[in-house]
Each structure stands twice: as C-alpha cells, then as structure tokens.
Design a protein around this ligand. Structure first.
Ligand code: TNX
Length: 539
C-alpha cells in the first residue's frame, strides 16, 4: 500500500531500489544551511544504525521507534560501521565547512550520501535534532525501503529557549497526552515545556507533605460553561492530579527528547485551590472553595503570614526533587491587592519592612521566594507583574502583557522570555470561521504567529542578547480535552518553532506554507488533531 492508502496527502515516492526518485526536501523549522546533493541513500532492512554513547543510542532508538511505526521494522544498532549505515555521533569536533556561530549548543550537521548518512551533533542534543531532521527526509509511505534525498545540512537554533506551555489547572490532561505534547514539541525542535501545574481551579501536583492538596485542592464542584461572563455550570465534579511517580516519568521522557520541563507553582495569586485546602494561608482564613469560574480571584496567599512562606518552601522542596530544571516558575501574575489592603498582618509586614505599598509587598513576597530558591541553586521565572514594586535580583521575566515588560526587564539587565498575547497565545481564535470552537477573545492566525519577531527594536545589541527566546501559551479554560488542545496548538506551534529556530532573514511565510503542506502527513501519522483550513488566513 502506498501513502495515499494511509491517508497521506502526497505519494510521489516508491520503495523500488532500482531507481532513486528525486525526493522532495521539506524541513520545518527551516535549517540554517541546506544544500541538495546528487546521491540519495536507500534505507532498507539491512541498514544499520551506528551509535556508541548512551545518549546517541537513545537517539538511535527513537529513530527506530519512528521507522517501526512507518515500516513495521527496526534497524540493528551497533557501535561502529560506515557502509549502509546511519551514524549518530555527538562530540564537539569542528564541523567542516561550517558557517555557523561557534560554541552554540544544539548544533548539528547532517550529510546524506550514497553509502551512508552521518548525523553529527556538536552535543547530544544536536545529534537528536539531526535525527529529527532525518525523520522529515523519510518519505511517508508503507514500504520496505526508502529513498532519502541527498542533502548537506548545517543547522543550529537562533534562540536557546524555545518553549511551549500547557495549563493543566483549568483542565487536566492525562500523562499519555502530556508525553505526546512533548514528543510533538521535540519533533519541531522546541526544547522547553512550561507545565502550569497550579491555579485557582485546581492543584495538579502531588505534594506528600500536604495531602489536602490532593484530596481537596485537586477537585472542584463543577466547571463553568460558555464564556467568561456566562454564569452557567455543567453541574459535574471535576478533578485530577499527577502523582510524583508520574511526574518523574514525564520529566525523564522529556529529557530523552532534550526537552526541559519547567514547573510553575503560582503565587501569591491564582492560589484559591491551595487556600481551599489550607484556609489559614489566606488573609481572611476562609472558608474558600476551589474555583468553578474563570478569571481572577481576590483571595491570594497572605503576605503577612510566615506559614505561607513555610508552606511554599516545603512545596518547592518537593518540586525541586522532581524537576532538575535550573528554572522554577513562581507565577506572580494577576494577584489582586484588596485582601492585603485590609489585612492587619500584611499591613504590619509592610510597616516592619518599610514597604511603601502593596506592589512592594508583592515584590517582597517574590524576592523572599527567590532567595530561597537561589539558595538551593535554582533561578526563578515570573510573569511580567513581578516588575511591579521592584524586580527580584536574579529573576527572568516572562513578558505576556505585550512586549513592554520584556523591554523593561532587559533594560534592567534581566533575562527575558517573550510570550506576548498578540503572537504567542494559542488560546486565541485562529480563524474567523463560524465553526471555530469558543476561544478567548484574541485573533491570532498561523500567519500572525509566523510573523513574530522576538527581539524588540527598542533594545540595544547587548540588551537583545537577554531575550532568551519565546514561548507559546496554552491556557485551557475552554479546552476540555486533548483533541481540542491539539486543534488550538497545531499548526500554530510549528510557526513559532520556526520563528525560534530559523535565522530571521530566511523566514518566508509562503515558503513555510509550502513546507507545512508536505509536513502535515507526519502530524496525521502521529494522530494529531491539527486545525485544517487555517493556513491561508492572514492576520
Ligand atoms: C491571563 S497569561 C492569565 C491566565 C489566563 C489567561 C487567559 C497569564 C499570566 N495569566 O491565568 O488563563 O489570561 O484567560
């Protein structure tokens, strides 16, 4: 059967070994340097995978997983060999003919010739990305052998931070889906998964020291239906959380795909679920109820109560054991100050610490947590509200309310991750079609995401270096299941992946769309529910 029978869009390849058809080369994100060469490589059952180090063996194994799904067979993995071989080799050798920026992580070269394919990474991540590029060169057909187009590729990312976020607080998604989400990220050379684990409507990470977070904070009475302001509920209890064992499993799975998982534990706002479990952590003492509607709640952690810091530090202690990432996201967004204004403990704290207003009190809160995490060798990331009242000394700022926060932070010599709503919010509408499922206000089609330039003109060259990259955010108020998430995220996340990987001067939307069409069958093969008919929509 050929790919048409599998439901794939185009079928120009055959596995016939007698002729080497000219295969189409279509890679997303577009590599820095790509030259097509005359000789193709015939991959067949006798081809061997050569990989010596444990990391390269892992990468070879992942190539085998892909091949098995496509062809039904796997290739032998061995330590050496160059004939009829695909060689995966990591190590900081000088890449010949290399016109890339030296010293950058995740760099690779990929050479497809008649006798072999050489995937050479500067580091193990580079080899992994070379393997991902190779996957995109394999014609998607049910066949015994595959002609792989001759190419000479040198490639490396434009930005070190290429992120995608997922809110599992508003709706909970199973581990299997989270793994698929990570898989798809890695396929497009995204390297950071921001896991938004706690919110007003649900606490989704097991913390052994505080069992009520599982028993109480992970569940809500019902879920709001319809739009923000419609007071309609579905009347059904809703809940879910990840056990620590599941989290370890996800973190390991991600690491094998060179994806770092950054956990987010929200404070001082978006904490209603935690307050419901432990009411003494709020200014009023409760009782509270896990959120059943969307938006922002007035009840936040009490900044005048030392047990709030003990609680959050205990939580973060367990979080740090699960997540080896250098960064921990502590939230910081949308934290109303009304409770603090009326709370004697908060007012006393402000007086004792000489803080002039409640913004300064929020800054005190974040700085105290930052100090704790820094003492454990970790760094914090916070939403751009952490600029208000004074930035914590070592914090990285995630700029979401436009780009102003990012600009301000860079001018204060802080690292920045750009996530401005207009380009990076994948919960916005992606077309104006009548049948689009309910989404949050904005209109951000694929073309708009693709047009994004993460480095603002306002920055000097030195400040521009502080823009570590960007991230797509996926808030799930209106996404009740995995299929809906995929519909919102793909293909937009692929556009963002190219923004973050490919040199600015090589970007071209029409060319991207051409490649995307060739690429979609790979998503179809992975069973991704990507949005169709949204590509030509211009923002
Ligand atoms: C604002 S973006 C939020 C989220 C919501 C999102 C969409 C950000 C840091 N905070 O809590 O989900 O708007 O409604």
């Amino acid at each position: 059967a050929c790919c048409a029978a599998l439901g794939f869009a185009s079928c120009s390849q055959t596995g016939d070994a007698s002729t080497a058809p000219k295969a189409k080369v279509s890679i997303i994100p577009l590599p820095v340097r790509l030259t097509e060469v005359a000789d193709s490589f015939l991959l067949d059952k006798q081809t061997v995978l050569v990989a010596a180090s444990p990391e390269d063996r892992q990468t070879a194994a992942l190539f085998n997983t892909f091949l098995k799904e496509l062809s039904g067979y796997e290739l032998k993995v061995q330590d050496s060999g160059t004939q009829n071989a695909i060689v995966f080799k990591s190590g900081p050798e000088e890449l010949p003919g290399n016109m890339l920026t030296p010293g950058l992580k995740e760099t690779y070269a990929l050479k497809v010739g008649k006798d072999n394919i050489i995937v050479r990474g500067d580091d193990a991540a580079g080899t992994f990305y070379g393997m991902q590029t190779l996957i995109q060169l394999v014609p998607l057909q049910k066949a015994k052998a595959f002609w792989i187009a001759g190419v000479d590729i040198y490639d490396q990312p434009r930005f070190p931070y290429r992120g995608l976020h997922l809110d599992v607080g508003r709706h909970f998604f199973p581990v299997e889906f989270v793994k698929k989400y990570i898989d798809l990220m890695a396929m497009h050379k995204m390297n950071t998964f921001h896991w938004h684990l706690t919110d007003d409507q649900g606490w989704r990470i097991e913390i052994k020291k505080y069992p009520r977070l599982q028993e109480i904070a992970s569940r809500r009475k019902e879920t709001m239906m319809g739009h923000y302001n419609d007071q309609k509920y579905d009347g059904k209890p809703y809940g879910g959380f990840y056990t620590q064992e599941q989290i370890r499993d996800v973190v390991k799975y991600a690491a094998e795909r060179y994806v770092t998982v950054i956990p987010e534990i929200e404070m001082p706002g978006h904490a209603l679920a935690a307050l419901t479990a432990y009411p003494h952590l709020g200014c009023t003492g409760g009782p509270y109820e896990v959120g059943t509607r969307w938006g922002v709640y007035d009840d936040v952690y009490c900044a005048g109560n030392d047990s709030v810091f003990t609680f959050n530090q205990d939580v973060l202690d367990e979080v740090m054991l699960l997540f080896p990432s250098k960064y921990i996201h502590i939230g910081g967004d949308e934290s109303p100050k009304v409770r603090w204004e009326k709370c004697p403990k908060c007012q006393k704290r402000m007086k004792d610490e000489g803080l002039k207003d409640e913004h300064a009190l929020q800054s005190y809160f974040i700085q105290r947590i930052e100090k704790y995490l820094n003492s454990k060798g970790r760094q914090i990331i916070g939403w751009d509200e952490i600029l208000e009242g004074g930035l914590a000394p070592n914090a990285t700022v995630m700029s979401w309310r436009g780009i102003e926060g990012g600009i301000a932070a860079a001018k204060q010599h802080h690292d920045v991750i750009m996530t401005p709503g207009n380009y990076c919010y994948l919960d916005h509408y992606q077309s104006q079609g009548k049948n689009e499922p309910l989404a949050i206000g904005g209109f951000t089609p694929v073309s708009e995401v693709y047009s994004y330039e993460p480095v603002p003109d306002e920055l000097s060259r030195e400040e521009a270096r502080l823009i570590r990259g960007a991230q797509g955010n996926v808030w799930t108020e209106y996404m009740k299941n995995s299929e809906h998430v995929e519909y919102m995220v793909y293909p937009r996340a692929i556009a963002l992946a190219e923004v973050l990987w490919t040199p600015k001067e090589k970007k071209n939307y029409d060319n991207f769309l051409e490649r995307l069409k060739t690429h979609l069958p790979l998503l179809a093969m992975k069973g991704v529910n990507y949005a169709k008919h949204v590509f030509e929509v211009r923002g």
